[in-house]
Design a protein around this ligand. Structure first.
Ligand code: COA
Length: 333
């Protein structure tokens, strides 16, 4: 035994995303609850969001995004070794949505499980799978953020229903050659003292589904928006700074920051605090709203395919969500 720990370089070999066809605009919402395009856009930056079809589940969207990522990575489903789905809107409480995805893709040799870290889930999955690949446990992993939040939103509550949307994003991670890209640094954190700020109180063992609590909207998202806002800015800044420092980067080295897509004011505050100009910060929440675990994954796919950065560029991803949870990654593309 050499005693030396294995530490393979890990790269992102492909990305993919999927958004359902149905568009729900701010004007559409103003017909359902007392709100306006002006209020929603000025407070959040959101213009419209996508809504999954009735028979379209989180796993279906996840599999569509995954196929695109596999195609770009040139990896056959049969060769996938690990599938992690990050979601708070699973098809079923058990089995994991990743098991449905494994079946839909025909990735029969992959180990598959879900993680629940809300909007931070995709970067939690990135850190976990990066470490497993770096240690030699697997050669590749398919990580997916997928959500059907429309099934868990109280459509009568204007303070939350205007914020969220459905979709999925995926990435293939694999062991890399020295001249390929590399996930340089990853960070994740949690503060369980703040679980009450953003949650779905019902539907779990603490508050099983009954006709009464469904009627009281306990199985839908509840949020203290102002408090969440404050913590989001601070935690995302800290997490991003940590990976930037560990990767040995300066603000001017960063070609693109890809933040969680929840609120344009949060994104602007992060860009400002990181001293990265707004034109190097990727934003697509105007089209999709907050798609939780899917948001940063969809943004990564759209940013890379649109040429927002190219091979060799350094990028930073940073997210924040219920838990509270947060995470960041610095990547050489
Ligand atoms: N349309 C019109 N008015 C609305 C509204 C809507 N959709 N939602 C809330 N309002 C009203 C409120 O009732 C309140 O009215 P009042 O002053 O008469 O009581 C007023 O607008 C201000 O509400 P407030 O909650 O203070 O607004 P805000 O400036 O904090 O913006 C959020 C609300 C949700 C947009 C903002 O707090 C936010 O984005 N927070 C972060 C949420 C987030 O990103 N969560 C996900 C993290 S992963």
């Amino acid at each position: 035994m050499s005693g030396l720990a294995t530490n393979y370089q890990v790269c992102i070999a492909g990305t993919g995303s999927y958004l359902p066809d149905t568009v729900l605009t701010n004007e559409d919402l103003a017909k359902r609850v007392e709100t306006s395009d002006e209020w929603i856009f000025s407070r959040t930056g959101i213009r419209e969001r996508r809504i999954a079809a009735e028979g379209e589940f989180t796993s279906h969207m996840a599999s569509k995004a995954a196929r695109r990522a596999l195609e770009q990575a040139g990896l056959a489903a049969d060769d996938v070794q690990l599938i992690i789905v990050a979601t708070i809107t699973p098809d079923t409480l058990t089995p994991a949505t990743a098991c449905y995805v494994q079946q839909q893709l025909g990735a029969s040799r992959a180990v598959a499980f879900d993680i629940s870290a809300a909007c931070s889930g995709f970067l939690y999955a990135m850190k976990i799978s990066k470490r497993l690949i770096a240690a030699g446990a697997y050669e590749n992993a398919l990580i997916i953020g997928a959500e059907k939040l429309s099934a868990f939103v109280n459509w009568e509550d204007r303070t939350t229903c205007v914020l969220f949307g459905d979709g999925a994003g995926a990435a293939v991670l694999r062991r890399a050659e020295p001249d390929e890209g590399e996930i340089l640094a990853t960070e994740m954190g949690t503060d369980g003292n703040l679980t009450h700020l953003l949650n779905i109180p019902g539907g779990g063992s603490a508050c099983p589904i009954t006709s009464t609590n469904v009627g009281n909207h306990l199985a839908t998202l509840a949020m203290q928006g102002k408090e969440v806002f404050k913590h989001a800015v601070n935690r995302m800044k800290e997490a991003a700074e940590m990976v930037i420092e560990r990767a040995g980067l300066q603000p001017e080295d960063i070609a693109c920051v890809i933040p969680h897509q929840a609120n344009l004011r949060i994104i602007d505050a992060i860009a400002d605090r990181l001293a990265v100009p707004n034109e190097r910060v990727f934003v697509n929440l105007d089209k999709y709203g907050n798609t939780s675990a899917a948001a940063v994954a969809i943004a990564l796919d759209e940013a890379s395919r649109s040429g927002a950065f190219v091979r060799g560029d350094k990028i930073v991803l940073v997210v924040f969500g219920a838990g509270l949870t947060w995470a960041a990654a610095a990547v050489r593309w």
